[in-house]
Design a protein around this ligand. Sequence first.
Ligand SMILES: CC(C)(COP(=O)(O)OP(=O)(O)OC[C@H]1O[C@@H](n2cnc3c(N)ncnc32)[C@H](O)[C@@H]1OP(=O)(O)O)[C@@H](O)C(=O)NCCC(=O)NCCS
Length: 222
Amino acid sequence: MEKMPYRSDLDATVSVVSTVEAARSEWQAGLPVLHGEQVVLRELRASDAASLFALLTAEEVARFISPPPTSVEGFERFIAWTLRQRTLGTYVCFAITLKGFDTAIGIFQVRETERGFGTAEWGFALGSGFWGTGIFHEGADLVLEFAFDTLGVHRLEARAAVLNGRGNGALMKIGAVQECILRKSFLRKGQHLDQALYSILADDRRASRWTPGVVVSARRQH
Ligand SMILES: CC(C)(COP(=O)(O)OP(=O)(O)OC[C@H]1O[C@@H](n2cnc3c(N)ncnc32)[C@H](O)[C@@H]1OP(=O)(O)O)[C@@H](O)C(=O)NCCC(=O)NCCS
């Protein structure tokens, strides 16, 4: 019964909506730019559509993720959608860029799975030419800091197809804990694939800030 949908505190829809409107936070108006050593995460722009189309529709990138848009125009519509969802306060999407180069080479997405971002799910994709370079790890660290410190997430989930070796490896590398296998939970190209469910808790994260190897110098700039 814990997760049944009725909540008396949310029953007064009108007052809840106005409270949410009044409490619109800074990130809903526009995402901050997150700076690492070599990675800069920023809001997506319509002009990112061409590079994201070129990099994220490659078979090796798209194989185990929800099908990406199939054209540059489709990516433009996706980008416009991400901005609308951010304004609504339910989802954020960062472009991955490299310091000194503004080209988007991948994305990190975070969506709330519980009203108010208490629990959330994230996903990511990076052009395959940049795999194994540390860019994912550094970008992930910035996104985790943003999710836990700014969005207020206390539990961040990720799903990775069991067959997705790099996806599982990347998640484990940054300290995500595999909790279970969601059998036949992901339909891709007509096949139902098993997925592993991972979580990272805000508490885990606080502890890991003191672990060698975890980027601690990342700073946020608006
Ligand atoms: C997921 C993704 C962003 C990770 O970025 P990346 O640069 O490839 O990640 P990293 O190289 O830092 O980490 C991957 C780890 O998995 C390991 N790995 C590779 N193949 C593996 C396999 N079959 N089984 C287990 N681990 C594997 C790598 O060795 C690496 O660990 P290491 O650095 O300790 O050697 C990138 O691979 C990607 O965009 N993939 C396509 C999109 C995707 O699948 N996204 C959803 C993921 S759930």
